[in-house]
Design a protein around this ligand. Structure first.
Ligand code: PLP
Length: 388
């Protein structure tokens, strides 16, 4: 797309890294085989997928045999929640109050099968507290125990990072399986499946400068799981369907880049985010989850009396692409469920704007953004004053 606009919506999706594109091109431009075929074309696709599996595993502290490729992060989340719950016959599961709809809606769908869904509360900074989890695991007004808990590693809206290793330790003591949605964490912080000590972890390619159309569930092989898709038995029978070879190859290449560049990427975006938030505070913004350990690229904020959608559109007209609330559910006018779980006032929550940076953004872009934002805020406040 040919536009001069500046892109500040990297938690929504990222630009495809040119180096990733290069690795994908041969699988898009030449004859490629179905990875299940025995001939040379099929074997070459199979080899490419297995190489990508190693790259994903290397970047996430997993073993290649634990990587199940899916078509998206959403599919990995659905597979984890529905597949583990159904296969193990769990009667009760718990998901945190700040999860992405790929988790909450998958969990809700299990209600139809008689599964009880509990919510794990967040504090005012968007953190899942150990106390809230402990209370939930030890309480219960029925004799059903919680079979699976799901808590995301980093939140897509606030960027708040959860203490997953402690959460997993507590859950394991109660014999519950633990899943984490690491879709936003990957590429923005260290993600290590073995260290986190969880049973399952979801990933998505297009959040890390890889292509859309690939994701993965990292799964401890001792966990029984039921596939969502039935057919040719690809991915050890857990995800039937001919593999999207080019997208998987791109996902692997993007993971390899993270392994090499993570520290430098985090450092550069943190500087930009700090510059941005200094300016935002001067303009009177409330920054959500400010006191929490957060992803270095994410800033979620609001200005009292200014509607988020209106400001997003105004900024778009001035050439800045930012998100209001969660990009994945931006067709909804409801205030963010994440902010509601944090106890934020509903009116203020309706003003929420998210800036999510990448290492291609620059200090000059932040400076220009703050100037435009100041102008738009004054204009919108004048308009509001006239309307009142
Ligand atoms: N989980 C989180 C935390 C996300 O932010 C997103 C997308 O924004 C998803 C899951 C869904 O991933 P995908 O877009 O690959 O389906």
């Amino acid at each position: 797309m040919d536009t001069q606009a500046i892109y500040f919506d990297n938690n929504g999706t990222t630009a495809l890294d040119q180096r990733v594109l290069e690795t994908m091109l041969p699988y898009l431009s030449a004859q490629s085989g179905n990875a299940t075929s025995r001939h040379i074309f099929g074997r070459s696709s199979r080899q490419a997928i297995e190489r990508a599996r190693e790259q994903v595993a290397d970047a996430t502290g997993a073993h290649p045999s634990q990587v199940i490729f899916t078509g998206s992060g959403t599919e990995a989340d659905n597979l984890a929640i529905c597949g583990i719950t159904a296969k193990n016959g769990f009667e009760k599961i718990a998901v945190s109050a700040i999860e992405h709809p790929a988790i909450t809606r998958a969990a809700q769908s299990m209600k139809a099968h008689g599964v009880v869904i509990e919510s794990i509360a967040a504090d005012t900074q968007g953190k899942i507290t150990i106390d809230a989890l402990q209370d939930l695991l030890s309480s219960g007004n029925d004799d059903k125990s919680i079979g699976l808990i799901s808590v995301m590693l980093a939140n897509n809206e606030t960027g708040a990072i959860q203490d997953l290793a402690s959460i997993a330790e507590i859950a394991r003591k109660q014999h519950a399986f633990v899943h984490t949605d690491a879709v936003q964490a990957l590429g923005k912080m260290k993600v290590d499946f073995a260290e986190l000590n969880v049973h399952a972890m979801s990933l998505s390619s297009h959040k890390i400068s890889g292509p859309q159309g690939a994701g993965a569930l990292i799964l401890d092989k001792r966990v029984d799981i039921q596939p969502l898709l039935l057919g040719g038995g690809q991915e050890r029978g857990l995800r039937s369907g001919s593999e999207n070879v080019a997208a998987i190859v791109g996902f692997g290449a993007a993971c390899e880049l993270i392994s090499r560049e993570l520290i430098q990427r985090i450092g550069s975006v943190r500087q930009l985010r700090d510059q941005l938030e200094k300016g935002l505070v001067k303009l009177g913004a409330v920054i959500f989850g400010h006191g929490a350990d957060r992803l270095a690229n994410t800033s979620f904020f609001a200005f009292e009396g200014i509607e988020g959608e209106t400001l997003v559109m105004a900024l778009d007209r001035k050439g800045f692409a930012v998100a209001s609330g969660s990009a994945c559910s931006s067709d909804s006018t409801e205030p963010s469920h994440v902010l509601m779980a944090m106890g934020v006032d509903e009116d203020l929550a309706r003003g929420a704007i998210r800036v999510s940076l990448s290492n291609v953004n620059t200090a000059a872009q932040i400076e220009a953004f703050l100037l435009v934002l100041e102008g738009e805020l004054s204009r919108l406040r004048r308009l509001t004053a006239i309307a009142v």
